[in-house]
Design a protein around this ligand. Structure first.
Ligand SMILES: [Mg+2]
Length: 398
């Protein structure tokens, strides 16, 4: 089997990858809906993989993996890797999880970091009311994540929150020492949210990046009594192109609150410091940024040896990303906690993707059933053509 084409179309705002072969089997992958600009980067790899056998996933990846980087520049490599696994699975007549060594669980736990209402304000009362709405969702989520401090607009919308100048730009560029008021406000909001959840639902926090290490430790210690699931990306994270494992370690070893990072990190080598120094308690690579499904699994296996948990990122990964997350999460060791449930960027995604349960039946009691359909277990139907842009009109034709 040979790769005959690599295409990328922007569907909604997702860069969607399709790899065609000379045997009529094709594979799909995608990047987050925040990254339509990645299309050229996908096509950049085309000449490097044409003619290769897509079932030899690692052999193909060796040709392109070195030319990726931290988020967002790991997206194209990752989306191609997912499409290769899709082909390998279809060719073998097996779901991807079988090719990765088989499943460890029949259903995978998901957490909510994505299905939310706009916050009225960053007051403890409004944050608690917002949390109540999420707790009451029919998904019956067992873990819910909320953004506080530098993640979201709390730091910039709350007067005298920190010593620093607000920069208006994408993905949380602000950083600085928090004021006493800022610290107290953050703690009050977290306590109010946890009050709503009780001990029935775990509370996770996305906190930065932008918290300085001393404040990160102060917050983590002050919130120990709340029994958080984790505090995420306090020091670095999101689009930060480095790790700073030592700073995380200083925080982690001095508090019982679990510390989490990793959604922006590309490749296993860049997780080594975090894992081997046991600098965090939970890591959250995203299969569509870290280098793909097999890369994420390798990192999870290695992290498990060091007692580190896995809670993969997924917010904007869409339905194709959901399928990839289900396949890989089914195979992870027992350090697996839950992945962050992506949702469809637009409702119509549910009309054009076949193979997933209907929207309102996909998540039952905070879990998704692992399906046995070959490959990713999903495919586009004819409706999808309606959503192709003119420049991508030949996306589904070979
Ligand atoms: Mg995050």
């Amino acid at each position: 089997m040979k790769i005959t084409d690599l295409k990328c179309a922007i569907i909604g705002n997702h860069p969607v990858v399709r790899i065609a072969t000379d045997e009529g089997i094709d594979g799909i992958g995608a990047g987050e809906s925040s990254k339509p600009y990645i299309k050229w980067h996908v096509l950049y790899y085309k000449d490097m993989i044409l003619g290769e056998d897509p079932r030899d996933v690692e052999r193909v990846m060796k040709r392109i993996r070195r030319r990726g980087a931290f988020k967002p520049w790991g997206t194209a490599v990752s989306a191609i890797e997912v499409a290769l696994w899709d082909i390998a699975g279809k060719a073998a007549g097996q779901p991807i999880y079988r090719l990765l060594g088989g499943k460890v669980r029949d259903k995978v736990r998901v957490y909510n970091g994505n299905i939310r209402q706009k916050l009225k304000s960053y007051s403890p009362e409004d944050m608690a009311a917002n949390m109540k709405w999420m707790k009451d969702l029919p998904h019956n989520f067992s873990i819910i994540k909320q953004g506080i401090a530098f993640h979201g607009d709390m730091a910039t919308d709350t007067p005298d929150f920190y010593y620093g100048e607000n920069v208006e730009s994408y993905n949380y560029p602000n950083r600085g020492r928090m004021t006493e008021r800022g610290l107290k406000h953050t703690i009050a909001c977290v306590e109010a949210m946890k009050e709503v959840l009780g001990d029935e639902v775990g509370l996770a926090l996305d906190v930065g990046p932008g918290v300085i290490p001393q404040d990160a430790l102060k917050l983590a210690k002050a919130l120990e009594h709340v029994n958080l699931m984790w505090m995420e990306d306090m020091i670095t994270g999101d689009y930060t192109p480095y790790v700073l494992a030592e700073l995380y370690r200083d925080v982690s070893i001095n508090t019982t609150t679990p510390i989490h990072t990793g959604e922006q990190i590309y490749l296993r080598q860049n997780f080594m410091d975090l894992i081997e120094k046991r600098a965090v308690d939970v890591i959250g690579p995203d299969p569509l940024d870290v280098g793909g499904i097999a890369e994420l699994k390798w990192i999870a296996e290695y992290a498990d040896l060091y007692g580190i948990g896995m809670a993969p990122h997924g917010t904007l990964d869409g339905l194709i990303g959901t399928a990839a997350l289900v396949q890989v999460s089914a195979t992870l060791p027992q350090n697996y906690i839950a992945f962050e449930l992506p949702n469809a960027e637009f409702e119509w995604w549910h009309d054009i993707i076949e193979g997933l349960p209907p929207k309102d039946q996909m998540v039952k009691d905070s879990h998704i059933d692992v399906c046995d359909t070959p490959g990713l277990g999903i495919s586009f139907n004819d409706e999808a053509k309606k959503y192709l842009k003119e420049e991508d009109a030949d996306f589904f034709t070979d």
